[in-house]
Design a protein around this ligand. Structure first.
Ligand code: 2AM
Length: 190
């Protein structure tokens, strides 16, 4: 956590947070292996995402004061109570964002449950006063950063897992890279 000091009388801890989905252990290791192969077989150079950090962002909230955490938990609790369903996420494609120099994995067809969860979250967060970036949601799992790619292979087989929960995650930048810590979890109905 950081401490912001806009006014010496008002000091508040802030933290950088986002809502996300973590692939199951098997899928995460498969995705990590995929990134390793891209480098090993010289498709791309770049910084591979650490296995434990591989995730799918739902909504990036950004820097918030610690006092705003309760409001985030309330928003998530209300969505949970509205009965969102579990769904399968199937990774079928590897793509390169040249502008951001990111290699990412994504799906061939966005599950309607995912679209529903993201738009419900965005709407509830805006209503609760959180200011979000107005970007069209593009589900992606970042596999490499600062990447330079010659070409990308097709995925031999899809990598899939059943999404049964979503999380609020704290992001910290350390000398060893990004550290993501879940600070809230909400189940999806099966
Ligand atoms: P990325 O992988 O494409 O960088 C934590 O930073 C997560 O939130 C990452 O998955 C990141 O996506 C995503 N994210 C979305 N918008 C962001 C922003 N403006 N700054 C940092 N991360 C952002």
């Amino acid at each position: 956590m950081r401490i912001t000091e806009r006014n010496p009388d008002i000091r508040e801890e802030t933290l950088r947070v986002f809502f996300a989905i973590w692939p199951g252990d098997v899928a995460r290791v498969q995705l990590s292996g995929l990134a390793e192969q891209l480098r090993g077989k010289s498709f791309c150079s770049g910084r591979k995402t650490k296995t434990e950090n591989i995730h799918l962002t739902l909504v990036f909230v950004g820097e918030v004061g610690a006092s705003k955490l309760d409001a985030l938990y309330r928003v998530a609790d209300e969505i949970k109570d509205s009965g969102m369903s579990a769904f399968d996420f199937v990774v079928e494609k590897i793509r390169y964002w040249k502008r951001n120099r990111i290699v990412y994995a994504t799906t061939g067809g966005i599950p309607p449950e995912l679209t529903g969860l993201v738009s419900t979250l965005e709407c509830a967060l805006s209503t609760a006063g959180f200011v979000l970036e107005q970007r069209t949601y593009k589900p992606h799992i970042t596999l490499m950063r600062d990447a330079l790619c010659q070409t990308l292979p097709e995925l031999a087989e899809p990598i899939a897992w059943q999404v049964r929960e979503w999380m609020l995650v704290k992001s910290e930048q350390t000398s060893g890279g990004s550290v993501y810590t879940p600070i809230g979890r909400w189940p999806l109905g099966i």
